[in-house]
Design a protein around this ligand. Structure first.
Ligand code: C2E
Ligand code: CA
Ligand code: CA
Length: 723
């Protein structure tokens, strides 16, 4: 559009045509006259609007009138060269308006020659591209910020960088700083220019009105002259010492729209922002917000990946990372996996949050123990904690006393007191025992600790693995054994202590597996209990007992009451009473020939249900016996509450008959049960002394090797045949 036919126009005609055209375009146009030392002959209306210089002011002036402190003079030389060479040229220059404000100017020089090739005029077409330049600079800034954050640069450094980049790319000479306030913990942090000085005086700033009301307006704060501003005197003084006269602050909003900080640009002169500058401020602040948000999200991701939300403890992933670092530096030490014995009960009573709360409190108390100082504590599974100490085996001193110390005071869930026992499984890690293996071993040790009552510390030893393997083996075979009816009863006679006469039998389960051979009930009963198979074992024994009695009945022989052991789990099964009655009926046996023995350690928590079941059995004619009385949760109180027909005094009491205190306890139990019309049976009688002492005390029935060992059914038949 600037090309036109200039066959042989005189300078005057050419000038006239150029001015004509300049009046019609919407770009700023300047006509420079090479014959007048490159001074300006004409500027159009767009130019005067852009620079606020009038046509009169510009005429005969030089282009240098637009130069200012940040104008790139090399670039200006290049423009001058293009005039002199008469070659077209295009560039961007930072120019200054009449009022001193800077703008980016896209400058295009067009030489105008006549037919002889003589340079007549230079036309400069200009455009204010400040906004585009700003946007480009901001886009680049944004990219840098993300790139740096992504590559692990710390937020502090990134914020400092933002300040530096803005100062170096912004049109006017300026300094930048970022400040963040945290209204929750009343902290304030500074980045960029003056950060150190501001940090040093932050206490005073907080008490002053630096973070004043203006902030909540979410509007830029424009201070043309600090001296008249309402800010803290210390702050003003700092700025004045640094020759700052004015500043612009743009509030930094969180993504929720709350003012969390300020982005500030400081100027050495009085500076008033133009529309483009407001736009600029408006665009810089969100970059800061996004940088912060990005870092917060990264931190959140890390937190979610490495922390257990419910307890605030680190999780096992983080724990493993820390441990790998330990081990890599040749550290040796010990691992503990710690579980409250009452975890399941706490869950039942208070829900999952109760369990988490307890683990959190345990972790707190563990940290204060000398054996765990300098240790790492993490949440392991739902129900336990894992702790690693760097103490070596020699230094290690697992102290039950120390553990007990953190248990003497109650724990609290929902303001209720909770007393705990702890189970600790421990193992060591070293160059020989890799960390992952140590965890497995501590877990194995914990499983063994969990089987013991009270607070226990179990160290890992290889035998535990063997035991577990055996348990797994038994577990695998139990189902087969049940299907193939491999479980059978042996019968141990119960005798009248006074007369020695056989008054009944106890059926004791035996299992001879074709795959793993003979397994003692002490081994398979707990495995069957844990695998939920125990009621099937009980039932198989019960059936075989009924079968024996049916056979004797058919053969017209005398029947004896037989005690059948019933596991607590089966006892509380809703179908237990009904299905037992059905079975007895099916075999056509009178109920008085069956006694159900229930272990006393059923922890008769379900007192009311236990009472109901016992009464239902009695109503049908089946007697009940409380087994192993005196072990664990023994209480004479039970006897009054629960209408058992028989009480079996545990072997451990019988073993200690010679001890006067024990002797007195047994005497009391015997007397009390007689008053309650219960039969007393002493178990595990092995010696004549025991037999005599029990006779003296008045115990009615006895059972033990002293009289008879448990016998296979055929032997029992023979024994009874001789009587
Ligand atoms: P328990 O019910 O207390 O049975 C008594 C145990 O003491 C039996 O061990 C018996 O053989 C043993 N015993 C009897 N007299 C003496 C003695 O004078 N000295 C010694 N040292 N021991 C004696 P066993 O047969 O090994 O049974 C162990 C436990 O397994 C039983 O203790 C019972 O709790 C459980 N059990 C056995 N059979 C069954 C069953 O069919 N169902 C259930 N749920 N548990 C059973
Ligand atoms: Ca028993
Ligand atoms: Ca017993």
């Amino acid at each position: 559009m600037y090309k036109f036919d200039n066959k042989c126009l005189s300078d005057k005609d050419m000038f006239f045509s150029l001015c004509q055209m300049a009046r019609q375009v919407d770009s700023a146009v300047v006509i420079v006259n090479p014959k007048k030392g490159y001074s300006i002959d004409y500027v159009n209306h767009v130019f005067t609007r852009m620079t606020e210089y009038s046509e009169f002011e510009m005429t005969n002036a030089k282009l240098s009138i637009l130069h200012g402190p940040l104008t790139d003079m090399l670039n200006e030389e290049a423009i001058q060269n293009s005039f002199e060479n008469g070659l077209p040229f295009n560039t961007s220059s930072l120019y200054y308006r009449k009022d001193g404000s800077a703008f980016w100017n896209d400058v295009q020089t067009i030489p105008m020659r006549n037919q002889e090739g003589e340079l007549q005029f230079c036309v400069l077409v200009m455009k204010d591209v400040t906004e585009t330049m700003n946007i480009e600079a901001l886009i680049e800034l944004e990219r840098d910020v993300y790139f740096n954050l992504e590559n692990g640069t710390q937020l502090d450094d990134v914020l400092g960088d933002i300040c530096k980049k803005v100062s170096s790319t912004f049109g006017k000479k300026c300094y930048c700083s970022i400040v963040f306030f945290n209204s929750i913990d009343q902290t304030i942090s500074f980045y960029g220019q003056f950060a150190e000085q501001l940090t040093a005086m932050r206490q005073h700033l907080l008490s002053g009105n630096y973070s004043g009301e203006q902030l909540f307006l979410k509007q830029p704060i424009i201070i043309k002259d600090i001296q008249d501003s309402p800010f803290n005197d210390l702050y003003k003084q700092l700025l004045m010492e640094n020759n700052i006269q004015s500043f612009w602050s743009q509030p930094i909003l969180s993504t929720e729209g709350i003012v969390t900080g300020l982005f500030t640009m400081y100027f050495e002169q009085e500076a008033e922002p133009q529309a483009v500058d407001f736009k600029y401020l408006n665009r810089v602040a969100p970059i800061v917000t996004l940088a912060v948000k990005y870092v917060e999200q990264q931190n959140e991701i890390v937190r979610l990946a490495y922390y257990d939300e419910a307890t605030g403890l680190i999780n096992i992933e983080k724990f493993k990372r820390i441990m790998n670092r330990y081990v890599a530096t040749g550290c040796e030490g010990h691992l503990y996996i710690i579980e409250p014995g009452e975890y399941q009960k706490i869950i039942e009573l208070y829900g999952r949050h109760g369990g988490d709360e307890i683990l959190r409190q345990i972790a707190c108390r563990l940290q204060n123990l000398s054996m765990f100082e300098d240790s790492v504590i993490a949440k392991y599974t739902n129900s336990n904690l894992i702790v690693a100490t760097r103490k070596t085996i020699e230094e290690l001193n697992i102290s039950q006393v120390e553990i007990d110390a953190i248990l003497s005071e109650p724990y609290y869930v929902d303001n209720k007191e909770v007393y705990l026992t702890l189970k600790l499984g421990t193992s060591n890690f070293s160059a020989e025992v890799p960390f992952s293996k140590a965890i497995l071993q501590a877990d194995t040790a914990l499983c063994h600790a969990l089987k013991v009552t009270g607070t226990v510390i179990k160290k890992f030893d290889k035998q535990q693995v063997a035991i577990v393997q055996e348990e797994m083996n038994i577990f695998a075979q139990i189902s087969k054994g049940l299907k193939n009816s491999e479980f059978f009863p042996v019968l141990q006679p119960k005798v009248n202590i006074q007369s020695g006469e056989i008054v009944g039998f106890e059926a004791l389960a035996r299992w001879n597996s074709p795959h793993i051979g003979f397994i003692s009930p002490a081994q398979f009963i707990p495995v069957a209990e844990n695998s939920g198979n125990i009621y099937k074992v009980d039932r198989q024994i019960f059936k075989k007992v009924l079968q024996w009695q049916k056979q004797r009945l058919q053969e017209g022989l005398t029947l004896y009451p037989v005690s059948v052991n019933i596991s607590p789990r089966y006892f509380y099964n809703p179908t237990f009473v009904e299905s037992s009655i059905e079975l007895i009926r099916a075999f056509g046996i009178e109920p008085k020939y069956i006694i159900f023995e229930i272990t006393e350690s059923i922890e008769l928590v379900n007192m009311r249900r236990a009472k109901k079941i016992i009464n239902e059995l009695h109503n049908y004619g089946i007697a009940t016996s409380i087994d192993d009385f005196g072990v664990g949760y023994s209480s004479l109180g039970y006897l009054q509450e629960l209408p058992f027909k028989e009480i079996k005094i545990d072997k451990s009491f019988v073993d200690n008959l010679a001890e006067p205190r024990m002797n007195a306890v047994i005497k009391t139990i015997v007397d009390l049960s007689h008053n309650l019309r219960m039969t007393t049976v002493a178990e595990g009688i092995e010696t004549e002394e025991q037999h005599k002492e029990l006779m003296r005390i008045g115990c009615i029935t006895g059972q033990g090797y002293y009289y008879y060992k448990p016998m296979p059914i055929e032997e029992v038949n023979q024994l009874l045949a001789t009587k």
